[in-house]
Ligand binder design. Structure first.
Ligand code: PLP
Length: 419
């Protein structure tokens, strides 16, 4: 089959002909014994997964890092939750709303391997991490450490607490392709002083896909009496881990990213012993010092989104976290291995496979990222996210489980042609 015809077919397959639960389980069951690494390369399997999505046939969507399109079965259930909450109205809101939200948070706690009383559902990573940055009991002259590659919203919040409380922010720059974990650990260690209280690190840097050695950084920081807040926006539902094994103090993530919960869903985990010292961003009705729900007061919300957490978790577990991670890593290397060493190409993602997964960023030397993004989109219909700053000048490419290798062939061809 010619490439163009294939992409057309794959696009049509992705037009929403989702399988019934029974068919899906039968299909998954056929591959139960196949190791994740082997399955990662089985295009038939992933074409079946693609059928679960309604995809726009006019574009090759390689920008799934902002928002992961949700599969049709989750979308259907989400719409049912919306109808149900609307049907029950205030009765729902006054009776089971809070308990249901807690039950959904417990589902995420189970995935994250942490106690349910240390995790709340928020609207996104921004809310989760800003609760910590804004509510930390800062004193004038305290210091915080972060990287220029961290997400701009959190950097802005640190600037705000700098202006408000006199906190001094020390900013490091993470190298693109470190030679060892120690290089990264020492970078952060060198920025710590006797006044440092909090260190922010990305679990996976969004503009490069770089996975940091979080546990080693936390151990180093704790030896110096510094707490660590982890920005896990891109790791929940993307790579397999538990929050406790990271050894951090605070962890935030967006569930509408790789966990494929509908838009407006995040989580915040706070180590039990720290819950009482954080000032809530919005004062709760009742402030119980040890109860994490004190940090979760927001007023009225689109609560049907909370209910979809369970559906997304179920979908994720049925597909298999190990399989998803292996496929995303395979897809990244499928295209980056073909272009990394081309003389006109600049890669901004570590070459060591253990330091990245699905996300990678590519630049064309001498070309503005916005121009590269425009050419990829206008000439090749490939949608990416241009990044121009913090030492990164390229387009971020984030495939999803529905991405085909044929789509990535188009990207590789484009990168070879654009000079
Ligand atoms: C590393 C990182 N942190 C935080 C965020 C903010 O996520 P949200 O907009 O869902 O709050 C993003 C969004 O892309 C991100 O990439």
């Amino acid at each position: 089959m010619r490439k163009r015809e294939f992409i057309k077919k794959a696009g049509i397959l992705g037009m929403g002909a989702a399988m019934s639960d029974k068919l899906y389980l039968e299909m998954i069951g056929k591959y139960a014994e196949v190791p994740a690494g082997e399955l990662a390369e089985n295009e038939d399997f992933w074409l079946d997964i693609r059928k679960e999505y309604r995809l726009n046939p006019d574009i090759i969507n390689l920008e799934n890092g902002y928002y992961n399109i949700i599969p049709e079965p989750t979308l259907d259930k989400y719409i049912r939750h919306l109808r149900d909450v609307n049907y029950q109205g205030s009765y729902y809101m006054r009776t089971v709303q809070t308990d249901n939200k807690k039950a959904m948070a417990a589902k995420m706690a189970a995935i994250a391997g942490c106690p349910a009383d240390e995790l709340i559902l928020t609207r996104n990573t921004t809310e989760s991490l800003d609760i910590i940055i804004g509510g930390y009991p800062w004193k004038e002259g305290d210091e915080a450490v972060m990287a220029e590659q961290d997400y701009p919203s959190m950097l802005s919040m640190f600037r705000q607490v700098g202006r408000r409380y006199g906190v001094v922010n020390r900013i490091v720059s993470v190298p693109t392709d470190p030679g060892s974990d120690d290089e990264i650990v020492n970078l952060y260690a060198n920025a710590i002083t006797g006044k440092t209280r909090l260190l922010m690190i990305c679990h996976m840097i969004n503009i490069t896909g770089h996975i940091l050695p979080v546990r080693k950084i936390c151990e180093m920081a704790h030896r110096r009496g510094v707490e660590v807040m982890v920005d896990g926006a891109h790791t929940v539902g993307h790579i397999s881990f538990t929050i406790p094994e990271l050894g951090c103090d605070y962890f935030g993530s967006s569930l509408h990213k790789w966990m494929s919960v509908p838009l407006g869903s995040g989580l915040l985990w706070v180590k039990k012993e720290h819950i009482r010292k954080i000032w809530p961003l919005m004062a709760p009705f009742e402030d119980k010092p040890e109860d994490i729900s004190r940090l979760n007061h927001t007023g009225t919300l689109p609560v049907h989104t909370d209910l979809a957490v369970e559906d997304a978790v179920e979908y994720y577990l049925r597909l298999g976290p190990g399989r998803k991670e292996a496929r995303l890593r395979y897809l990244q290397h499928y295209w980056t291995d073909k272009v990394r060493n081309l003389p006109h190409i600049e890669m901004y993602t570590p070459s060591d496979p253990a330091r990245s997964c699905g996300i990678a960023t590519v630049g064309v030397k001498g070309m503005k990222p916005s121009d590269l993004g425009d050419i990829l989109f206008k000439k090749y219909k490939i949608y990416t996210a241009p990044v121009d700053g913090a030492g990164v000048h390229g387009c971020r490419v984030t495939p999803n489980v529905f991405t085909t290798t044929e789509e990535l062939d188009v990207l590789v061809r484009a990168l070879k042609e654009i000079k």
